[in-house]
Design a protein around this ligand. Structure first.
Ligand code: ADP
Ligand code: ADP
Length: 228
């Protein structure tokens, strides 16, 4: 699914965010990316959806070489990915239903199929009673559930999440993690950067720890490994 070979990233200001990363993430895996602030976690995540390009190495995502592709191929790469951020990034002028449907309109899905699928993913995240609400009328946890519905509506192979529970209280964070588990059980690969020690230690998934731009730990049933 994700293959990184000798991947490094140096930003234009000279800052080296990642050095010589070698990693394979396979179909159906659930992977936590952990490490201190500034370690390179966001850069790692952003490279997967080609928001950031490696300065060296090889990066293949869903069989696509992100360094060799042209700008016009990027939307096809991203169709295979569901991307979730800490700050939800919903469209404020659209309702819950419209936020999710919009992701399918963009790929020109047939109307009937779209209605069925949007209702089904909003059911999965438990928001069928909020279809007509606007993001500003929802709690943080509800907004994140809309963002998850939007991320999975086109059946991505991989869900990528950067600190998805970073703005949520512990109980709400667990609601979100239970949804991720359900998505993962259906075969979708999940890669999630997080600072949530309790979640990582409880879920016992693969843990990749990054420090100073290098992978210092890669464990099958890993722990968070930091005290913060
Ligand atoms: P994390 O997500 O683990 O906090 P980041 O990937 O955001 O780490 O950052 C890794 C390093 O790269 C840090 O030293 C950071 O200052 C630097 N960095 C991140 N983004 C940029 C950028 N756009 N320009 C220059 N340096 C950056
Ligand atoms: P939390 O307790 O997680 O902070 P809120 O107090 O923000 O959640 O919201 C509790 C419930 O009230 C949620 O179901 C939310 O959708 C609903 N709600 C909050 N603000 C509004 C609003 N302005 N209009 C309609 N419903 C709202």
């Amino acid at each position: 699914m994700i293959h990184m070979k000798n991947v490094s990233k140096r930003y234009d200001n000279g800052s080296i965010a990642l050095s010589n990363i070698n990693i394979d993430i396979n179909k159906g895996e659930f992977v936590f990316i952990v490490g201190p602030s500034g370690a390179g976690k966001s850069t790692f995540i952003k490279m997967i959806f080609r928001e950031v390009l490696p300065t060296e190495g090889e990066l293949i995502v869903n069989g696509r070489n992100t360094l060799a592709m042209s700008a016009s191929d990027v939307p096809y790469l991203r169709r295979g990915l569901g991307i979730i951020f800490q700050d939800y990034r919903l469209l404020p002028e659209k309702t819950v239903y419209e936020n999710v449907a919009f992701a399918m309109q963009v790929i020109e899905a047939p109307r009937r199929e779209m209605q069925k699928r949007v209702n089904s993913v909003l059911d999965l995240v438990g928001l069928n009673d909020k279809l007509k609400s606007f993001p500003s009328q929802l709690s943080g946890g509800e907004q994140q559930r809309v963002a998850i519905a939007r991320a999975i509506v086109n059946n991505p192979m991989i869900v990528i999440a950067d600190e998805p529970t970073g703005n949520l209280d512990p109980e709400t964070s667990w609601d979100i993690m239970r949804i991720f588990e359900r998505i993962n059980k259906s075969g979708t690969t999940i890669v999630m950067a997080t600072h949530d020690k309790t979640i990582v230690d409880t879920m016992k998934k693969r843990v990749i720890a990054i420090e100073n731009g290098r992978i210092i730990r890669d464990e099958v049933k890993g722990a968070y490994g930091y005290e913060d």
